[in-house]
Design a binder for this molecule. Structure first.
Ligand code: GUN
Length: 289
C-alpha cells in the first residue's frame, strides 16, 4: 500500500506556481488576485477559507477576504458579488459554501461572472466541463485528477466507482473520470444514498472515489484487493483525548481499508490540500494578460 500524499503534491504545485508568479512579477505583470467571500461563522468554512488565503500569500498571489455577517440579506450579498465582478484588480473569486439558509445558493452562483468563477460552480462552466471545453474545473474533483496524474495512476479502461452525487464533488468527479483524456477514459458508475447493494458495486471498483459525507462509511468488505481509494470526506469527530477535542476522519475507515489498497489518500493530508492547489491553479489561469 502506498499513500497518495496530497500535502506533498500540493506543496509541489504551489512551489511551481510561486516560480511562475515571480517570473510574471519580474516582467512587470500583475500577480493573480483571489478574493474569497465568507458569510457567517461556520468553523470549518473559516478554516478552509483561511487556508486558501494563506496559500495565496505564500506563493505571491494577492488575496482579499470578504467577511460578511451571518444575517446579511441576499440582496446585499449579491451586491458584494457584483462589486467583485466589476473590480478589475480581482482576477477570480469564490463564495465559500454552505451559505445560511435564508440565502439561495443557486442565485448566488449564477451572479458570479463565469470568467472569474475559479470554483467552476457557475452553470456555464459546469456545462463547458461536461462538454470537455476549456473552463475552470471544480477544485476538489480536479484536485483528485491532478493527484492521480502526478502519481501516474492509469485510469483508462478501469472500473471507477464514485460514491456520492453532490454538485461540487461526486457529479463532476464522475464526468471528469469518464471523459476523454488522461486521467479519464474510465468506466464510471456513480452510486448514492438510494443505491441498492452498494457494497457489491464498490467491491468491483479498481478506483473508488468516496464523497458521501458519512464518517468511515466505507469498510474493508466494500473494497477490492489492490484498489485505488480516494477519500474526499473530512469530518470533525469528537474525541476528548485529542488536543483540540476532535479528530479528523474521512468517509473511509482508513485503518481497515488501507491494507487492502494499492494506493489510498490519508485524511487529513490527502484530497484537502489538493483542493487548495487546484483553486490556485485556476486562479493563475484567471489572469487575463
Ligand atoms: N465548500 C466545500 N467545498 C467548497 C469549495 O470547493 N468551494 C466553495 N466555495 N465552497 C466549498
Amino acid at each position: 500500500m502506498e499513500l497518495l500524499d496530497g500535502k506533498k503534491t500540493s506543496q509541489d504545485i504551489q512551489s511551481e506556481l510561486k516560480d511562475l508568479v515571480s517570473k510574471r512579477v519580474a516582467e512587470g505583470r500583475k500577480a493573480p488576485h483571489l478574493a474569497a467571500v465568507l458569510v457567517g461563522e461556520n468553523g470549518a468554512s473559516l478554516t478552509y477559507v483561511n487556508a486558501k488565503v494563506k496559500a495565496c500569500e505564500r506563493i505571491g498571489f494577492t488575496s482579499t477576504l470578504v467577511k460578511l455577517s451571518e444575517s446579511i440579506s441576499e440582496e446585499k450579498l449579491l451586491a458584494e458579488i457584483n462589486n467583485l465582478n466589476i473590480n478589475n484588480d480581482v482576477d477570480g473569486f469564490i463564495v465559500q459554501l454552505p451559505l445560511p439558509n435564508h440565502i439561495d445558493e443557486t442565485k448566488v452562483t449564477l451572479a458570479i461572472d463565469p470568467e472569474k468563477d475559479v470554483d467552476g460552480f457557475h452553470p456555464q462552466n459546469v456545462g463547458r466541463m461536461a462538454l470537455g471545453l476549456p473552463t475552470f474545473l471544480p477544485a476538489t474533483p480536479n484536485g483528485v485528477i491532478e493527484l492521480l496524474k502526478r502519481y501516474d495512476i492509469k485510469t483508462e479502461g478501469k472500473k471507477c466507482v464514485v460514491v456520492g452525487r453532490s454538485n461540487i464533488v461526486g457529479s463532476p468527479m464522475s464526468i471528469l473520470m469518464s471523459r476523454k483524456g488522461s486521467p479519464g477514459n474510465a468506466t464510471v458508475t456513480l452510486v448514492h444514498s438510494r443505491t441498492k447493494n452498494m457494497a457489491e458495486i464498490t467491491k468491483d471498483a479498481d478506483i473508488l472515489i468516496v464523497a458521501l459525507g458519512v464518517p468511515e462509511y466505507i469498510t474493508a468488505d466494500m473494497v477490492k484487493e489492490g484498489a485505488v481509494v480516494i477519500d474526499v470526506g473530512i469530518h470533525r469527530v469528537e474525541d476528548a483525548s485529542a488536543k483540540r477535542g476532535f479528530r479528523l476522519k474521512g468517509d473511509v475507515n482508513f485503518k481497515e481499508v488501507a491494507p487492502k489498497c494499492s494506493f489510498i489518500t490519508p485524511v487529513p493530508g490527502g484530497v484537502g490540500p489538493m483542493t487548495i492547489a487546484s483553486l490556485l491553479m485556476n486562479t493563475y489561469q484567471s489572469v487575463n494578460d
